[in-house]
Ligand binder design. Structure first.
Ligand code: SAH
Ligand code: SF4
Ligand code: F3S
Length: 443
């Protein structure tokens, strides 16, 4: 197939919302260079893989996808394969790429994403291979283009990096130290989004509570709450150690703040929490949850939990199960502890055997699902505001939308409602899915 004049790109994004947001920037830059998005990775003239290194699985999936590209890269001398993101901040990955994947054209990292157009043009016009990684950065570049995935909901990065160094986690090494954007830049971006029809913003940061752009995170939320057109404000992620009363107060006062809170606990055992360097106890965590529920009784609380952290005993695990029963999470992301080279926990000799990890993992999910099922049932017959997002993935004849608590609702509705928030009556509530109909009092 002749590909002369082919100017198409395909971006594969692994990992978290920060990476999804970064991929929107990469897409925006490629569009400015005259490239068009395609779903056909093998035929695309540019493929960018934006990687994640948080768990081993993400690493494996990256090398899997990269391997699939080898043939099409060799067939097409004009094709450019670029790799970026968190994995590239690790020397071991760069070494592996150089020895096993020498056909990769461009390697860059998390700190120099703003340099992508220049690096890309050099690779394309001079047909040379480039690796450029920055060790760190003090600022977040402003004014980069972005091709947004949706018009009605958007991610807005407010801070980057992490200073917490949880003992299991690679993120502080791949994303560098914390740095915050100015409130002016954030508000300007959100006003622009609102003018373009955006209804919902999700403020992103590894630890949004330590936002330090000149005002507090709670003050920033109050400012965003005043922006015309923004009907929903979400944020992630919060670290329990600095979840302030001031932020909890926002749930009392801010009209547009969604009544849901993602508060990763990681473990319910004080001993494990201390080993993880989380800097809070289960008591303190439960107290923060109680304070949130006092300020906002129907708030949906979700979390992240790691099972099988080095040294975790059955008793520690029972503490986690007990905490899960006490908090009654709306939903929880559960992870098997994954050894990450370079982190303190990776050095520990008391790693938990795989079969014990898996057994605990299964018991944990059973507990979480049982609670989720009960909570799910409580949605029955309620009328809730739902942001309609588009055709349902499971049934294209239906539309799908999201509640404030991020639950998906399928309902019969007209396509013209996409991007609108409408009242929906829940007619069938199942553990993982809600079915609804437009409530009569619409309008
Ligand atoms: N900054 C966020 C989380 C970022 S990583 C926070 O602190 O909440 C997302 C989740 O991945 C973490 O909450 C944790 O549960 C999980 N995670 C991180 N490192 C991990 C590892 N080495 N093994 C298993 N899960 C891990
Ligand atoms: Fe990782 Fe902890 Fe930072 Fe979250 S707070 S990114 S888990 S080091
Ligand atoms: Fe992964 Fe980097 Fe996000 S390691 S979870 S993509 S910050």
């Amino acid at each position: 197939m002749a590909r002369t004049g082919n100017r198409t790109y395909n971006i594969v994004t692994f990992g978290c919302q920060m990476n999804e947001r970064d991929s929107e920037t990469l897409a925006g830059m490629l569009e400015e260079l005259g490239y068009e998005q395609t779903d056909d990775r093998l035929a695309a003239s540019v493929v960018v893989l934006n990687t994640c290194s948080v768990r081993e699985n993400a690493d494996k999936r990256f090398f899997g996808v990269l391997g699939q590209l080898k043939h099409s890269r060799e067939e097409d001398p004009d094709k450019i394969v670029a790799v970026c993101g968190c994995m590239m901040q690790q020397q071991s990955v760069i070494d592996k790429l150089k020895s096993k994947y020498p056909w990769v054209d461009l390697i860059f990292g998390t700190h120099n994403i703003g340099e992508f157009p220049r690096l890309f043009a050099n690779v394309r016009d001079e047909r040379r291979k480039i690796t450029e990684i920055w060790e760190g950065s003090d600022t977040i570049p402003e004014g980069l283009p972005a091709k947004r995935m949706y018009s009605f909901k958007s991610y807005v990065s407010i801070m980057q990096g992490c200073n917490n160094f949880c003992s299991y986690c690679i993120v502080p090494y791949t994303r560098g130290r914390e740095r915050s954007r100015s409130p002016e830049a954030i508000l300007e971006e959100i006003r622009g989004l609102a003018a373009g029809g955006c209804k919902e913003v999700t403020l992103l940061g590894q630890n949004v509570n330590s936002y330090a752009g000149g005002v507090s995170f709670a003050q920033l939320i109050r400012m965003i709450d005043e922006i015309d057109g923004i009907e929903r404000i979400r944020f992630m992620t919060s670290h329990p150690k600095d979840l302030s009363d001031e932020l909890i107060g926002c749930f009392r006062d801010c009209r547009h703040l969604c009544r849901c809170f993602h508060l990763p606990v990681q473990s319910g055992s004080d001993r494990v929490l201390a080993d993880m360097n989380r800097k809070y106890t289960r008591e303190r965590y439960l107290e923060r949850v109680a304070a949130l529920r006092e300020a906002c009784p129907d708030i949906a609380i979700t979390t992240d939990i790691i099972v099988g952290f080095p040294g975790e005993t059955e008793e520690d695990f029972q503490d986690t199960l007990d905490l899960v029963r006490r908090v009654r999470y709306d939903s929880a992301f559960t992870f098997l502890y994954s050894v990450r080279g370079g982190t303190p926990a990776a050095e520990r000799k008391d790693q938990v055997p795989e079969e014990i990890k898996h057994d605990r993992f299964n018991r944990l999910i059973a507990e979480i699902h049982a609670i989720q099922e009960e909570i799910g049932k409580s949605y029955q017959d309620k009328v809730l505001p739902v942001l309609i997002e588009g055709p349902s993935k499971t049934d294209p004849a239906m539309m799908t939308g999201r509640t404030e608590s991020l639950k998906t609702v399928d309902l019969p509705a007209c396509e013209t409602l996409v991007g609108k928030i409408v009242p929906v009556r829940i007619v069938k509530a199942q553990t993982f899915s809600l079915y609804g109909e437009l409530a009569a009092d619409r309008g």
